[in-house]
Design a protein around this ligand. Sequence first.
Ligand code: PCA
Length: 197
Amino acid sequence: MIVVTGFKPWGRHKHNPSEELAKLLHGRVIAGQRVESKILPVSYRAALEAVAEIHAISPRLTLHLGLAASAPALRMEKVAVNIADAGPDVEGVEKRGEPVVPGGPAAYFATAPMEEMVDASRRAGVPARLSYTAGTYLCNYIFYLSLHHAGRGAAVGFIHLPLTPEMALEGNAPSMPLELQLRGVLAAVEAALKVLR
Ligand code: PCA
């Protein structure tokens, strides 16, 4: 099984492409594996609960998705750090430089093959690059927690998505149509499963 998570809109954003892509991917079968999607509020508590549920069922691949409003391309995240330094989340919880997991390692590398995923997205005609920071908010938080709790043989990756054109109409930020984002993510998942098989 493949688990995909997406976040609901938060703050000034009316949409979140990660929610929309997670919905579009739900129920698809990719390289023989069924996708089970989860949509989460931008909440530290919800992320913690979701990660526990996900890794109780040991999916072969868990792909977390989130919005990075400044990203001009798909950003395949290579590193999750043990710091939460942002907020408030939608429940009003703020984290000021706290560890995601007290006593946990400073950082984890993604266990999904992010480099191959970048290449696959590019081959599918969708701009993508490797990134070495997922920030210090919910996206890094869920990514770190997921890597911390995943069992052996359960790969975890994170893709940050650009705004959609509808969300960037003021012309002050880069954007990418949702269909293109979907094509890149699908190509990336296929490539990941090929490597992990
Ligand atoms: N992006 C935020 C949190 C939710 C989302 O979609 C982040 O990059 O941390």
